[in-house]
Design a protein around this ligand. Structure first.
Ligand SMILES: O=P(O)(O)OC[C@@H](O)[C@@H](O)c1c[nH]c2ccccc12
Length: 259
């Protein structure tokens, strides 16, 4: 199916670039750090489980953060991030596989590879603890199917975060056997953020599936709201990348102990 009429021009451009991108030279086999265990350790320590995202820029961000990504990642961990997300998409997000490689070597926490993987060989670009698969993008022409990519990722040892935007996509993710699901509060048609999205979709996620609230989480109130709606973990990029990274991370991971 090609439903690209329903997605924003920036997203079409991201998808077109993803289709063109090559993969790794050889099949990877990864030894991963457990994301659910990292979340449990954060909870036990009184921290909100947050995946902090190293995102130099994005189609919805002004300017680009040019600090050393490893230094940013270390500040996030020092601020209490349970895990990290690293953009590896070069054309629209200022990321690179090299950033991920260096960051994963420098920290002990699980690291999510944030990219638009649409073909099996692209899983072999760089090792990570978790890879992202976006349901909506795997329904397009010239992409592999969710089921096949999920199996291919697990065969290599990866944990897989399956991203959804609504109830229909959630059902597809669950049917494919996803055990970590992210609900993205940013829609792909207008690129607007609406935290209601998570509140709408989360009640249908089974208890044994880890569920993340993604995008648009900026304040302690947003954190509390997503947690109240059932988020096991939160994926936060822009609000942490803006300003003092350590302080921002610490503020957002400690909201539950302050009250
Ligand atoms: O910067 P924010 O609004 O905190 O969002 C982080 C993350 O959810 C967002 O970067 C994201 C969610 N899904 C994606 C898929 C690809 C690229 C980026 C994303």
């Amino acid at each position: 199916m090609d439903a690209s009429g329903e997605i924003a021009p920036a997203v079409k451009s991201i998808l077109a670039a993803a289709r063109e991108r090559g993969g790794g030279d050889e099949r990877l086999s990864v030894d991963t750090r457990s994301l659910p265990a990292a979340f449990a350790a954060a909870e036990a320590d009184g921290r909100v489980p947050v995946i902090a995202e190293v995102k130099p820029t994005s189609p919805t961000t002004d300017g680009e953060r040019t600090d050393d990504p490893v230094a940013l990642a270390e500040e996030m961990v020092a601020g209490g991030a349970a895990a990290l997300s690293v953009l590896t998409e070069p054309d629209h997000f200022g990321g690179s596989p090299e950033n991920l490689r260096r960051i994963r070597a420098a920290v002990d926490v699980p690291v999510l590879r944030k990219d638009f993987v649409v073909r099996e060989a692209q899983l072999d670009t760089v090792a990570a603890d978790v890879v992202l698969l976006i349901v909506r993008f795997l329904q397009e022409d010239d992409t592999d199917d969710l089921d096949d990519l999920l199996a291919a990722a697990r065969d290599r040892g990866f944990q897989v975060l399956v991203e959804v935007h609504d109830g229909t996509e959630l059902q597809q993710a669950l049917d494919a056997g996803a055990d970590i699901v992210g609900v993205n509060n940013r829609d792909l048609a207008q690129l607007n953020v609406d935290l209601d999205t998570f509140e709408r979709v989360a009640p249908d996620v089974p208890d044994d599936v880890t569920v993340l609230a993604e995008s648009g989480i900026e304040t302690a109130e947003d954190v509390a709201r997503m947690r109240a709606a059932g988020a096991d973990g939160l994926l936060i990029g822009s609000a942490i990348m803006d300003g003092s990274v350590k302080e921002k991370t610490s503020r957002l991971t400690q909201t539950e102990t302050e009250t």
